[in-house]
Write a protein that binds this ligand. Structure first.
Ligand code: ADP
Ligand code: MG
Length: 230
């Protein structure tokens, strides 16, 4: 039996209008992602990577086309349903980590579970497990400013997995890290996709990180092509 795709993107189109100018950030993009795949989205700055991930994760709405994630027709969801999708189905990792500065590493990881009203004993146990998973069990009580960039991104990754998302969306997760730290983060993502059974879409323009992906989608001027793995 073949798995049905976890993500289906069909005829996606997004045009930004700023005054009289129009920029077609996505033009007729179609592809699908199978459960358990780690797919890299590779393209230069301005090629449309963020726009694509934002439509898939329900952070923005396209002008045409559809996105289905784990059976949810993202493109037609109400605002409330989009909130629920972003809380329950999709985990996000951003280039700038997006941690809450006044909260410790453990508290940051616990935020999505608080939103779901997970009982505190269960939440604390899962926070411990997640921090161990990303190698930060010794840093649970440190705040983001007391952590290195790579450690901050590990906290963000642990947080993104808190509610057991089906899909992890990572937008240039290594963009603010030196190349060695970036590589460790990509290796962590690679390992987590295997161990947690999550599916991941990772935007990057770092060629040295692409080799860890199962598939590469090349995006150029809003057009997506399947690329050979090199
Ligand atoms: P990438 O993430 O690959 O760098 P983006 O998806 O951010 O690319 O951008 C794709 C194109 O859309 C670029 O030409 C960018 O300038 C344009 N763009 C992105 N966001 C906006 C916006 N909010 N308003 C106007 N143009 C935008
Ligand atoms: Mg971007």
């Amino acid at each position: 039996m073949t798995d049905s795709p976890l993500v289906v993107v069909e005829g996606l189109r997004k045009v930004y209008r700023t005054g009289p100018k129009e920029v077609a950030a996505l033009r007729d993009v179609s592809f699908s992602v199978l459960p358990g795949e780690l797919v890299a989205v590779r393209g230069r700055s301005g090629s449309g990577k963020t726009t694509l991930l934002n439509q898939i994760g329900g952070l923005d709405r396209p002008d045409a086309g559809r996105v289905v994630v784990a059976g949810h027709e993202v493109t037609t969801l109400s605002e409330d349903a989009l909130l629920a999708l972003r809380r329950d189905v999709v985990g996000f990792v951003f280039q700038s980590f997006g941690l809450i500065p006044v909260l410790s590493a453990a508290e940051n990881v616990g935020v999505p579970m608080r939103l779901l009203r997970t009982p505190s004993a269960e939440r604390e146990e899962r926070v411990r497990m997640l921090l161990a998973l990303v190698g930060l069990e010794q840093h649970a009580n440190q705040r983001p400013y007391e952590l290195s960039g790579g450690q901050r991104q590990r906290v963000a990754i642990a947080r993104s997995l808190a509610n057991r998302p089906r899909l992890l969306v990572a937008d240039e997760p290594t963009g603010q890290l030196d190349s060695q730290t970036g590589r460790q983060i990509m290796e962590l993502l690679r390992a987590l996709v295997r161990s947690e059974g999550v599916t991941a879409l990772v935007a990057t323009h770092d060629p040295s990180l692409i080799m860890l992906a199962d598939r590469v989608l090349e995006i150029s001027d809003g057009i997506v092509h399947e690329a050979a793995l090199t």
